[in-house]
Design a binder for this molecule. Structure first.
Ligand code: SF4
Ligand code: SF4
Length: 473
């Protein structure tokens, strides 16, 4: 039976509730009166339920779809403005004992090069990332208690935070490791992680068990209840959800991820910090006919828009799995964070990997450098942000949500974005990027509404110009 507050995965992600919602949305996809009612509720910018969001996703009335896209843009603008937070993934190890059918790191893949970074290797990777200008990382690591025990992950986090090369430092380390115990979540929290990220892959239990035939990840409940353990048992404030679109019926997984967000809010008091929307990509030892990236770009854009409407307070992430054109389209519809200059191979930042020695998790489509991505964003009138202020000021979990809901972000996120962009321009940007960026900063200073904050921000920008670093609101 469906129960949003239940601790049991099969109750808060009730298959019956999802199937009834799918039927309801199918029946109402041309119901203009109902769609208007949902849109009116959504215009309050406080979210809509999973069932309502699915009706919007299924809506087949062209004029209403235009309204849906416009509302997604408005919500994006209201909560996130034109700022886009930048990050990079860092792969620590591709040893893995799980059997995920769609991932080349699965245990039965005997020809992929297995690599685990030593602490020395990690230093080289982090210096390479700092030299690009990154301040925020997402650690990625396969599940393998022998090669990648929690002690290895903790030591790696400690190493990363300890490296200060030139003006570089990594100020927030988000972690994407397998579902684990409350005790290990507590250790991650104590190590100072930012967001704990765990993708559900698919919410459909039957399909999930088929796609994960072996290894600890096979256990649907253990995996699906992981965020509850991380938050309530481990004390981690910020968690990041995701599904891998293309593995299963997208309507099912869309409904599932919104239900998961509703569960976190109802059960732990805080909704997810981020939602990621990866799509299946070609990779070593993965049959392209089985996993064919099933969604069109149009559908993908609509999914992003409807998630934006359903959970306005949750950041949304796309990676370099997406093409430049697809990234551009979803940025305006709801995405607030993107990766740039990513390498998906283990050790790929310090030493690019020869093609015949593939250790990558998936093929990157957007191969541009971070500098090119930053310039591209600014040419589109976005402000690339390297801000990590909330995490460092202890504004996580419900305190972060309060900031978002207070509508004061324009006096907080915006100056922080401009100052971290200024640091980037001073330390890492090419001449062209710098020129565009300096003009953008001057223009965007006017967006700050509080005169004191604006004045202070202008003063800090001058100090950054004179060599000082790391100011924040
Ligand atoms: Fe291992 Fe994660 Fe790949 Fe599954 S998706 S095989 S758990 S690295
Ligand atoms: Fe994110 Fe906080 Fe920085 Fe705003 S101030 S961009 S919410 S870290």
């Amino acid at each position: 039976m469906y129960n949003v507050k239940s601790p049991r995965a099969e109750e808060f992600i009730s298959d019956e509730e999802i199937k009834e919602s799918l039927e309801f949305a199918e029946k109402n996809k041309s119901n203009a009166a109902l769609i208007d009612e949902i849109l009116n509720k959504a215009r309050k910018m406080k979210g809509v339920s999973h069932r309502e969001a699915l009706v919007l996703l299924d809506c087949d009335i062209p004029e209403k779809n235009e309204e849906i896209y416009q509302l997604a843009r408005d919500i994006k603008n209201e909560f996130y403005g034109n700022r886009i937070v930048m990050f990079a993934p860092l792969y620590l190890s591709n040893y893995c004992i799980n059997g995920c059918e769609y991932c080349p790191y699965h245990a039965k893949n005997k020809h992929i090069r297995r690599v685990k970074l030593s602490q020395e290797d990690i230093k080289k990777e982090v210096i390479a990332l700092q030299d690009m200008g990154h301040k925020r990382l997402a650690l990625e690591c396969g599940e393998d208690p022998v090669h990648n025990p929690i002690e290895y992950v903790l030591e790696s986090i400690h190493t990363i935070y300890g490296i200060h090369h030139k003006n570089g430092d990594i100020r927030r380390v988000n972690v994407n490791i397998a579902a684990t115990t409350e005790e290990e979540y507590r250790m991650l929290k104590d190590a100072g992680i930012g967001t704990y990220i765990l993708f559900q892959e698919t919410y459909d239990k039957v399909q999930y068990e088929k796609l994960h035939p072996t290894g600890p990840k096979h256990d649907y409940a253990w995996h699906t209840q992981a965020m509850d353990r991380a938050m309530l048992g481990g004390g981690i404030d910020d968690v990041g959800l995701g599904v891998l679109f293309g593995l299963n019926n997208y309507r099912y997984d869309f409904t599932g991820i919104i239900m998961h967000a509703e569960h976190l809010e109802a059960y732990t008091g805080v909704g997810p910090h981020t939602i990621s929307v990866p799509r299946v990509r070609p990779a070593d030892d993965i049959d392209p006919d089985v996993f064919d990236n099933g969604l069109s770009d149009d559908l993908f854009a609509k999914i992003v828009a409807c998630i934006r409407i359903a959970v306005p307070y949750t950041g949304m992430i796309v990676s370099t799995r997406e093409s430049v054109a697809s990234r551009k389209r979803v940025l305006e519809l709801g995405i607030s964070q993107i990766s740039g200059g990513s390498k998906t191979s283990v050790g790929g930042y310090a030493e690019p990997e020869p093609e015949e020695e593939n250790s990558a998790q998936f093929d990157v489509i957007d191969n541009r450098t971070l500098d090119e991505v930053v310039r591209w964003l600014m040419e589109l009138d976005y402000v690339p942000s390297f801000c990590t202020a909330c995490y460092r000021a202890g504004r996580t979990g419900d305190r972060f949500m309060e900031l978002l809901k207070s509508k004061q972000i324009v006096n907080c996120c915006h100056p922080n974005a401009l100052m971290t962009l200024k640091e980037y321009l001073m330390d890492y940007a090419s001449e062209d990027t710098k020129k565009i960026g300096e003009a953008l900063i001057q223009k965007e200073l006017n967006v700050i509404t509080n005169p004191n904050v604006k004045e202070q921000c202008a003063k800090y920008l001058g100090e950054i110009e004179n060599g000082k670093r790391d100011f924040r609101f």
